[in-house]
Design a binder for this molecule. Sequence first.
Ligand code: NAP
Length: 303
Amino acid sequence: MNAQQPHTPVTVLGLGAMGRAIAGAIHRGGHPTTVWNRSAGRADDLVAQGGVTLAPSAAEAVRASPVVVVCLLDDASVRDTLAALVDPLAGRLVVNVTTVTPNQARETATWAAEHGIEYLDGAIMAIPEMIGLPVASLLYSGSQAAFDTHRNLLELLGGARWFGEDAGLASLYDLALLGSMYSMFAGFAYGAALVGSEGVPAAEFAEMAAPWLTAMTGGLAGHAEHFDSADYTAETQSLTFNKAAVDTIAEAGRDQGVGTEVIAVVQHLIDRQITAGHGKESFARIFEGIRRPPTGGGGNEGR
Ligand code: NAP
């Protein structure tokens, strides 16, 4: 059941590219919308379209609505901004969609609870142009009551999924997905540099790489089975076989005069496992050196 009244007033703090997209979608959804931004001028377009109110101060913006969406640059800007708003925020809901770490989200949730503020942490799997479209996906964690009550409002921004009362979970999933994405893009950059060393345009390479990488995502579930079971029995290729391939990929990079840092990371992960005696196991075994680095986090030594 969704108990939300249709047009809960909403305040948006932060009118960068994402905050403006969010405020616009909430306003189009019929909610009285109040906005505030540290620097002047960011609300001009929204206000010119009519119906969005620019508050003269953050405190006045907060007092205008029971729901306050916070979309600032980073955790430090959120802390600085919210610390000055303890009194007006009391009894209201903060939905913080700023990108933060899980621990930062948990700390803000604890701070909010100490001050009588309801808290929902959000993570945006979208760019501003996607906000309000079905392709946008937002992850939430923290107050389930707030998520359930305001689900219709949250779905104005895109698909909405709640991950648990632990406020850090939305960010955990967000950063896990982004970490996978950045690694893939870095790998693509290496491939583009390699063929680019012989004058092949990156655009031409992208046409080949996109279907290749898409096909390779079919292997994720198999890797996950190894990860979850911690059984790395190789069905086909062993780590020793993969080492030969990856070393050749790196040697080609050196021969062609391109940077090999990206592929060197993969070499390092493989070598770590082979050194530890796992050369006959599958490539998925590199997961063990990532999830339990010997130094207890971000470790660089073999396991
Ligand atoms: P942005 O365009 O750079 O805007 C940053 C906003 O933060 C501005 O409103 C800025 O105010 C404000 N700000 C920065 N420092 C501040 C401080 N110390 N005190 C008060 N306000 C401060 O960034 P954005 O694209 O809107 O992104 C906002 C959040 O959404 C980020 O956490 C980002 O990671 C996340 N996100 C963005 C995207 C995207 O594609 N853009 C995608 C997913 C998630 P001023 O105007 O005064 O500088």
